[in-house]
Design a protein around this ligand. Structure first.
Ligand code: GCB
Length: 694
């Protein structure tokens, strides 16, 4: 035994005796727990092949490893072993010694209270909530395990690459905690060259999908917070000197291609070559002292657009490395209240989505899932998709590039965020920069959205400004937006006053209801705008100053009537009927000289339910008709993404027989059955409103 071992042993013994003494006052269970901790600590010698460096592990590489599909990869997708751990007993240091490695009893007397060998199988990628019935609502710790071999005959570096893990994870390779990451949905990688073995690598991943007041998103979301290894897992081999990531874009005047190539291990002055064979372009550049190579070259490219989704082969090579992708080029900008794609005005005929496939439960994780979902958007006549409310897998933007769909990508800063917590801000900044670094070459992506329906406050402004500044410094070639909420209380008061005035002229309300309307009007405050038959809803949220596209979520025809009914006592039926008639008299605008965008409107309908009233396809279709009239009457509005393409799972939606934990605002149901409103929107998108658009 060498001196260091001796020291360790004494240290362990001291800890054991202190823990036992402490535990006596708490009884046997506490003592067993103390021994559990101590025996785990005993394994923490550096000589042990399964030494745990720390329970949490270091952060992953700070930058996204880009161009991933062109690299030397071994997929670690497939069947993994899976353990559920609601009591956190697998956490290293616990009573059971932690589950960070695969262990089996050495003899009949050894007590080990977990086994990966006998555990259930689970598919990666994919959420765990919908793979095992009992886990649908589960929000806590789980463990994944698999073995893999690595070909260590090649020199260079090995990296574990994760497309996204929801929501907090520690990666253990051969017993070492090699990385810890918080914040789901975005890719990260870690260099594991030092920990990798040729045979039988033991990869164990702890995932916790619990969300709280300080996480992003927070606990309360109107979508399913699918947990687990929801995206691809891969072992990537690179040379020692390698290209980490690269961005390439077209200049605003559409004359020049320029970009940055970020490298690791390359020396100053080393050559990097960028080529676009179809354009006969080849640029030679060199690494600067920050390890980055930059280039800029005149180019006459065929522009990408929804009508002509032209992509080019782009190759980047160095002495030791080579990466490749298919990339398109276009410009997007705003001019006053217009949006210009490739210098031409465009209206965004959009639809919102969640990352769920058609006809199967759970998260959409494959390219074909995304192709099927986005093809349905194409069938609708859309040229734009709002990928709400979080980053999707990398496949989404690739499919959109190919199909010719413009894309809005978003981070899950949704409803109530703890704006004042610096750790929450760090998670958000990490999500934003990883999303941008992953998709900055995706021509389809034209909007980065930093938030959805967040209430005004100074801390919120500071938080979101930080994110917007981060994005602008990483990528200035796209529009920034946020789905705003407006001043809901004031707006509802105005809407109520307008409906009252309108209702007095109508046959719909009863005499008693008209009496209430008179009362509402006489009580209408001074700040109610003139009741001249039109209602101009004007967005004033100061966040509008910081974004390029002023987006607004509104639910005329769906949510507003029950609120007003509760306040006034007028029946919801009357209010809904009046509202649908009144909506064409509403104009949506903002105080900013910027394009406005309706990022949500919608109504719930159960597919196949026909007739009168809410939840019917007929009512949903009526809401769409009225919304369309309202939007056509709003000159500042340059596009929209109604809520939503497909019914989606949501814990908020409990109504049995109708919702059954699904939000029913889809234009198609979960199996792809189209509702009447699909046809209404499809007809509109084929109409004159969008005729000049590509
Ligand atoms: C919203 C939210 C969205 C919800 C939707 C609804 O405003 O942005 O996440 O799912 O309303 O259906 O209420």
């Amino acid at each position: 035994m060498n001196e260091r071992d001796g020291d360790n042993k004494n240290g362990v013994e001291l800890r054991v005796s202190m823990l036992i003494r402490k535990s006596l006052s708490f009884g046997i269970a506490a003592m067993v727990f103390a021994l559990g901790v101590a025996s785990y600590a005993d394994e923490e010698t550096e000589d042990s092949p399964f030494a745990i460096v720390s329970a949490e592990g270091p952060p992953p590489s700070p930058h996204v490893m880009g161009w991933i599909d062109s690299r030397n990869l071994e997929s670690l997708n497939g069947s993994w072993k899976f353990l559920v751990d609601p009591m956190q007993v697998g956490t290293p240091g616990s009573l059971f010694g932690g589950w960070a490695t695969t262990r089996a009893p050495e003899n009949a007397y050894q007590l080990i209270e977990y086994s990966y060998t006998d555990a259930v199988d689970i598919r990666v990628p994919g959420d765990f909530n919908t793979q095992l019935d009992e886990l649908l609502f589960y929000r806590d710790t789980v463990w994944y395990q698999r073995h893999f071999d690595a070909d260590l005959t090649q020199s260079g570096r090995y990296h574990l690459w994760f497309g996204g893990v929801n929501f907090e994870t520690t990666i253990y390779l051969n017993g070492h905690a090699v990385a810890h990451h918080s914040g789901g949905y975005v890719p990260f990688s870690v260099d594991v060259t030092e920990q990798l073995q040729a045979n039988q690598n033991d990869l164990v991943i702890r995932v916790n999908n619990r969300l709280g007041a300080d996480t992003i998103p927070t606990e309360r979301t109107d979508w399913w917070p699918y947990g687990g290894l929801t995206r691809d897992v891969m072992l990537v081999h690179t040379p020692s000197a390698f290209i980490v990531n690269a961005s390439i874009r077209l200049s605003d005047d559409r004359s020049t291609l320029s970009g940055n190539i970020k490298t690791s291990g390359m020396s100053l002055g080393e050559e990097v070559v960028i080529s676009l064979p179809e354009l006969n372009l080849r640029v030679v550049t060199a690494i600067d002292d920050s390890g980055t190579a930059r280039f800029s070259i005149p180019a006459d490219v065929e522009l990408w657009s929804p009508a002509t989704p032209r992509l080019y082969d782009v190759l980047i090579t160095s002495k030791s490395d080579r990466i490749y992708d298919r990339i398109g080029f276009r410009t997007i900008e705003t001019k006053g209240t217009r949006i210009l794609l490739n210098g031409e005005p465009i209206k965004l005929r959009g639809i919102s989505t969640h990352e769920e496939p058609i006809g199967r439960d759970g998260v959409a994780y494959s390219r074909s899932d995304m192709r099927e979902l986005f093809s349905e958007a194409k069938q609708l006549g859309a040229n734009f998709v709002r990928a709400a409310h979080y980053p999707y897998s990398r496949h989404a933007a690739k499919v959109a590039d190919e199909l010719g769909l413009l894309l809005w990508e978003e981070v899950p800063i949704y409803w109530n965020i703890n704006w004042q917590n610096p750790e929450t801000l760090e998670i958000a900044r990490d999500q934003v920069s990883r999303l941008v670094e992953r998709d900055w070459n995706r021509v389809s992506v034209v909007v980065w959205s930093v938030a959805n329906e967040t209430q005004f406050s100074q801390p919120r402004m500071a938080f979101l400004k930080r994110l917007i500044d981060d994005i602008r410094s990483l990528d200035s070639s796209r529009l920034i937006s946020a789905a705003l909420l407006g001043d809901t209380e004031r707006e509802l008061q105005h809407v109520a006053a307008h409906l009252a005035a309108y209702g007095l002229e109508s046959d719909i309300p009863s005499e008693a209801e008209k009496q209430i309307f008179r009362q509402v009007l006489s009580e209408a405050r001074e700040n109610t705008p003139e009741l001249h038959g039109r209602f101009n809803l004007v967005i004033t949220d100061p966040l509008g100053d910081l974004v390029d596209l002023v987006s607004y979520n509104e639910y005329f025809g769906w949510y507003y009537a029950p609120f007003i009914a509760n306040q006034t006592g007028v029946s919801e039926r009357t209010l809904r009927k009046l509202m649908l008639e009144f909506m064409p008299n509403v104009t949506l605008g903002s105080v900013f000289n910027k394009p406005m965008f309706i990022s949500e409107f919608g109504a719930g309908a159960k597919a196949g339910k026909r007739g009168e009233g809410v939840w019917t396809e007929d009512y949903q279709a009526e809401v769409y008709r009225a919304q369309i009239k309202m939007i056509v009457n709003s000159p500042q509005v340059q596009g929209m993404t109604p809520w939503i393409l497909k019914d989606f799972r949501a814990m908020l939606r409990t109504l049995g027989g109708i919702q059954d934990f699904r939000n029913r605002k889809g234009l198609i149901d979960e199996n792809g059955r189209r509702k009447e409103a699909f046809r209404v929107l499809q007809d509109f998108y084929a109409s004159e409103w969008s005729v000049e658009n590509p």
